[in-house]
Write a protein that binds this ligand. Structure first.
Ligand SMILES: Cc1ncc(COP(=O)(O)O)c(C=O)c1O
Length: 392
């Protein structure tokens, strides 16, 4: 199987697996235990905390380990909502992940207002509308993703933070698709909360982190044994936390070494070949501001749902839009916000690489996509519309 769906999840890197395994076997102790073996596990967690903090330019005590990126987003938004109080307005964008969108809908039902700012056709935030939104009298706090999960487009976070701060409101960023792929230095940004998820950068699924700026107060989502300095109770997922630390260090070394040029080279080679060898291939969103691992392409007169079925049959995994949208009939909310037609949105594939992808796989993937597009176009003709069951 050629795996090109790394924005959905990544494979645990072999070095990361090696780092975590002892904590599933010999080092099985509870980090809260008072004996030496327990204290050694606690020390290992603190090392992971330092590794994650370093990747984003934070201080170790600003990192709270959580159960996933979704939890980090929920915890940040509920804490901010509690702090500002009902009746206040949440400022966000139209292209957020469901773990922000659904919380905002829930908050609306609880008596908060929500302003969802749009993006331009490159998929980047409309900063003019953002400024107006954060300056509204009832603006309570702002949340904006760092990079979009579907298109990979990187948002103008520094500008958005500056506007929110000069309007006097706190700022959270869902940086789950950006951490490890693009440099982030929180010494340079006045951010209050930021969400991270381990499985997007070669740690296992089911571990995340929330950056909590040391100068802000935080209202926890979970109460209990007081782990994570009382900010996230529950016995720690030790092995996964160790893995996330190891993965963070690995990604930092790669970013420092070549800024992810290796991954970008594969993505660019893939795009270049497809655009030269297949008619009617378009890049969706900004080519300048996007994560180096993501290609989001529209194939004229081809339904992505059909392409996915054929590619799966040939042995290649990728997505139509985001993983959670696959199988749903509605065009993606991200492409709708970018002003794309439903037809273009439904003809789009997300192909996402990782540091484990190879050039051989990339070339094989090009051949598979070419074959799938040819087959689909021969069945569908040029209307580009047809029931997907035809292609099985
Ligand atoms: C932008 C973004 N936010 C949040 C999440 C949720 O993270 P997790 O799967 O760790 O809950 C994802 C995962 O797809 C994501 O891409």
């Amino acid at each position: 199987m050629i795996y090109l769906d790394s924005n959905a999840t990544t494979q645990v890197h072999p070095d990361v697996l090696e780092a975590m395994l002892p904590y599933l076997t010999d080092q099985c102790y509870n980090p809260s235990s008072g004996y030496r073996a327990g204290k050694a596990v606690k020390k290992a967690i603190d090392k992971a905390r330092t590794q994650v903090a370093k990747l984003i330019g934070a201080e170790p005590e600003e990192i709270v380990f959580t159960g996933c990126g979704t939890e980090s987003n929920n915890a940040a938004l509920f804490s901010l909502a509690n702090a500002v109080g009902k009746g206040k307005r949440v400022i966000t964008s139209q292209i957020e992940h469901s773990s922000i969108l659904r919380v905002c809908e829930h908050l609306e039902k609880q008596g908060y207002a929500v302003e969802r700012v749009g993006v331009d056709e490159s998929g980047r935030l409309d900063l003019h509308a953002w400024k107006q939104a954060v300056e509204l009298d009832d603006a309570g706090f702002a949340t904006l993703m760092w990079a979009n999960n579907e298109t990979g487009v990187i948002q103008p976070v520094a500008e958005a933070v500056a506007l929110a701060k000069s309007a006097g409101i706190p700022f959270h960023s869902d940086a789950i698709q950006a951490v490890g792929k693009t440099p982030i230095d929180l010494q340079q940004e006045d951010i209050d909360f930021m969400s991270i998820s381990g499985h997007k950068f070669h740690a296992p699924k089911g571990v995340g982190a929330l950056y909590v700026n040391k100068n802000v107060s935080f209202d926890p989502l979970l109460f209990g044994g007081g782990q994570e300095a009382g900010r996230r109770s529950g016995t720690e997922n030790v092995a996964s936390i160790i893995a996330m630390g190891a993965a963070a260090e690995m990604m930092q070394l790669r970013l420092d070494a070549d800024g992810h040029a290796g991954v970008a080279a594969l993505r660019d080679h893939f795009e270049k070949r497809l655009m030269a060898e297949v008619d009617g291939v378009l890049v969706n969103g900004s080519k300048e501001f996007r994560t180096k691992n993501t290609a989001h392409l529209a194939f004229e007169n081809c339904e992505a749902a059909g392409l996915l079925i054929l590619l799966d049959e040939y042995g290649m995994a990728c997505s139509a839009g985001s993983a959670c949208m696959t199988g749903k009939q509605k065009p993606s909310h991200v492409q709708t916000a970018m002003g794309y037609s439903a037809k273009r949105a439904k003809s789009s594939l997300r192909i996402s690489f990782s540091i484990l992808s190879t050039m051989e796989e990339t070339n094989d993937a090009v051949e598979m996509v070419k074959k799938a597009v040819r087959k689909l176009r021969s069945v569908q003709g040029f209307s580009g519309v047809g029931p997907v069951t035809v292609y099985t």
